[in-house]
Design a protein around this ligand. Structure first.
Ligand SMILES: [Zn+2]
Ligand SMILES: [Zn+2]
Length: 265
């Protein structure tokens, strides 16, 4: 076969392969050497590290710069006042660097195959001995779900469901398309999402232990509103599990302002 025909054929094959396997890592842009369903290199998949903080609330695990915001039981003011609808939080890493890029590729670029490695991160941080009656993915408003084509939290929930042997149940509905939370204070965020969630009609969760899954935890306002809806339907205990949390190392005044404003809504 003439050389030009070989190279033409190779071009066609490479073109087809490129369609299936993009040749650069979606995170670091380096060429990928292995054929994989996940268009991210192995070093980027290994890069995210567990969140570390010296001072943090024992319940919501919000990190602080020192122990001042914590009471003698190790609780922050939000947890002390019962503002959070959930009992405890497990978050894998800080929402920055490679983890942030992985979440962006998963959520906004539609790389759904990332649910497997991201699910492994979640599994690393959730204690093995915890048991749940059901796993609830943080719902998207139907319009957002329709635009994106999938709910990232649901894909993550399925990964955890396999390992923790509990069913994924989409029991919560997001009835209000809330304004974007970015740029709002913690108190404004709580107001923005209050009343945004409800458990589907006729569904009771009396005495159930629920694992609520979301991708990113910012102030906890959205997760709190969702957890409160679960509690209104009878849930006894809500554990929140997220891939990442924003590390604000919030000063004490900030937490108190948020708590007093939040408790009014
Ligand atoms: Zn990479
Ligand atoms: Zn707390």
């Amino acid at each position: 076969m003439p050389g030009s025909a070989v190279s033409a054929a190779r071009k066609v094959v490479c073109g087809l392969l490129d369609l299936i396997f993009p040749d650069d890592c979606r995170v670091c842009q380096q060429p990928l050497h292995e054929v994989s369903r996940i268009p991210v290199c192995s070093s980027c998949l290994a890069a995210p590290k567990l969140f570390q903080a010296e001072f943090y609330c024992v319940a919501c695990r919000t990190p602080f710069v020192n122990a001042a915001p914590l009471d003698e039981h190790g609780l922050c003011s939000l947890c002390r006042l019962g503002v959070n609808g959930f009992e405890e939080v497990y978050a894998f890493g800080a929402y920055e660097g490679t983890l942030r890029k992985l979440i962006h590729a998963f959520k906004f670029e539609g790389v759904q195959t990332l649910s497997r490695p991201l699910g492994r991160f979640l599994a690393q941080v959730l204690p093995r001995d915890l048991a749940f009656d059901l796993i609830v993915p943080m719902p998207l408003h139907w319009r957002r779900r329709w635009q994106r084509g999938f709910n990232q939290a649901e894909l993550l929930a399925r990964e955890i469901a396999r390992r923790w042997n509990a069913p994924v149940e989409r029991v919560v509905r997001r009835k209000k398309a809330t304004a974007p939370q970015a740029g709002l204070t913690s108190a404004q965020r709580r107001k923005n999402v209050s009343g945004a969630f409800e458990v589907k009609r006729g569904k009771r969760l009396d005495g159930k232990r629920v694992l609520l899954i979301d991708d990113v935890l910012t102030t906890g306002a959205t997760a709190s509103a969702c957890a409160r809806a679960l509690k209104r339907a009878g849930a006894a205990h809500v554990t929140l599990l997220t891939l990442a949390r924003r590390d604000r190392r919030a000063p004490i005044e900030f937490a108190i302002t948020a708590a007093s404003a939040g408790s009014g809504s």
